[in-house]
Design a protein around this ligand. Structure first.
Ligand SMILES: O=C(CO)COP(=O)(O)O
Length: 134
């Protein structure tokens, strides 16, 4: 599966710890991330991650473009709900595209915990069919 990993600055530590904990699952998949998130996760885990631009510089939109091309299967986005982001419109657009294309999206650690276990259990096989039929 193609998985996007994104975290706002105050959630970076959390997504790094999540990635270390579930490295054994994540390594079986094709990983993408916004710039800084991807760099930090790769440094901490050694995982191979395709990095887009940093979020404020267009990274969220690049991931959105992948979604619109049916090139993303899951978005794990550790959002910071307590800090205003300069690129809020990009973030909303990314989340909107997840809804348009019915791409699973989680926006916090609790959701990510459930989703990663679903991924491990094979609950994402429907995405292969959805992708092929698009
Ligand atoms: O701002 C972000 C998502 O909206 C994340 O971007 P970075 O991973 O480059 O910090």
């Amino acid at each position: 599966m193609k998985i996007a990993l994104i975290a706002h600055d105050k959630k970076k530590e959390s997504i790094i710890n999540f990635s270390i904990s579930y490295r054994h699952i994540l390594k079986e998949h094709e990983l993408f991330a916004t710039g800084t998130t991807g760099k930090k996760i790769a440094e901490a885990t050694g995982l191979d991650i395709h990095r887009f631009k940093s979020g404020p510089l267009g990274g969220d939109q690049q991931i959105g473009a992948k979604i619109s091309e049916n090139e993303m299967d899951l978005v794990i986005f550790f959002k910071d709900p307590l800090t205003a982001q300069p690129h809020e419109p990009d973030i909303s657009a990314l989340m909107r595209l997840c809804d348009v294309y019915e791409i699973p999206l989680v926006t916090n650690l609790a959701g990510a915990e459930v989703m990663i276990r679903a991924l491990e259990a094979g609950f994402f096989s429907w995405r292969t069919i959805a992708r092929d039929e698009a």
